[in-house]
Design a protein around this ligand. Sequence first.
Ligand SMILES: C[S@@+](CC[C@H](N)C(=O)[O-])C[C@H]1O[C@@H](n2cnc3c(N)ncnc32)[C@H](O)[C@@H]1O
Length: 245
Amino acid sequence: MDIDIITLFPEAFECIMKFGPIRKAMESGSLRVRFFNPVDFAPHPKQVDDEPYGGGAGMVMKPEPLFRAISKAREGFESSHVVYLSPQGRLLNQEKVRELARREHLVLISGRYKGIDERIMAFVDEEISIGDYVLSGGELPAMVLLDAVARLLPGAMSDPDSWRTDSFEDGLLDAPYYTRPREFMGMEVPGVLLSGHHEKIEKWRRYQRLKRTLLKRPDLLKRARLSEEDRKMLEEIKRELGMED
Ligand SMILES: C[S@@+](CC[C@H](N)C(=O)[O-])C[C@H]1O[C@@H](n2cnc3c(N)ncnc32)[C@H](O)[C@@H]1O
């Protein structure tokens, strides 16, 4: 897939392009990333921001350079999905990430200052927020989105199935993990993980995922796809924790 990023600071992305899933996805050809700087689309004197009409503090990103950058990015694509990273958008979650990863072409707009001229919203398909707090620019949110999408693309992970067991993939949090040594400061690795018994390990992990979700994010359980066996396990967990309804 293609991801185009409209930003005043393309160099800010260098640090995440050099390693990890983004780099691997790019090397394997499943991801292409380009940057469009509104400065390059602004007429002389290259002004990309201006004072807000009506007065008030801060500057606003001008519409013409942004519109030209979006149009340039869209050239040659049949279907483009334009996202404005904004604290006013819908909160990003794994379901949205999966949906975006299936698209042919994403155009991500990183705002700065007080934000972008509202008229650009006519060319935006959706607004996405990475949380209920305000950052100084849309670069970090665009990086978050880029990383989350890239790791789902073919070639991004050494083990292509690794992401399937991550938190949120089936509506639950992930299980706990342990690695060597077997004993660390008096704490032992759970015996079942050393048993080599694949079925028991899977069952233990499912149990742990349900338990963690119940304890840490019970809201997720309402939307999770649970089997009959999951429901029985959940009852068992609630009994174990003294949480019966
Ligand atoms: C200082 S913010 C502008 C905030 C805007 N005045 C408001 O309160 O809605 C500048 C830019 O940072 C980005 N940004 C800040 N917080 C964000 C968040 N939580 N999620 C996504 N983008 C964010 C947006 O692109 C925004 O245009």
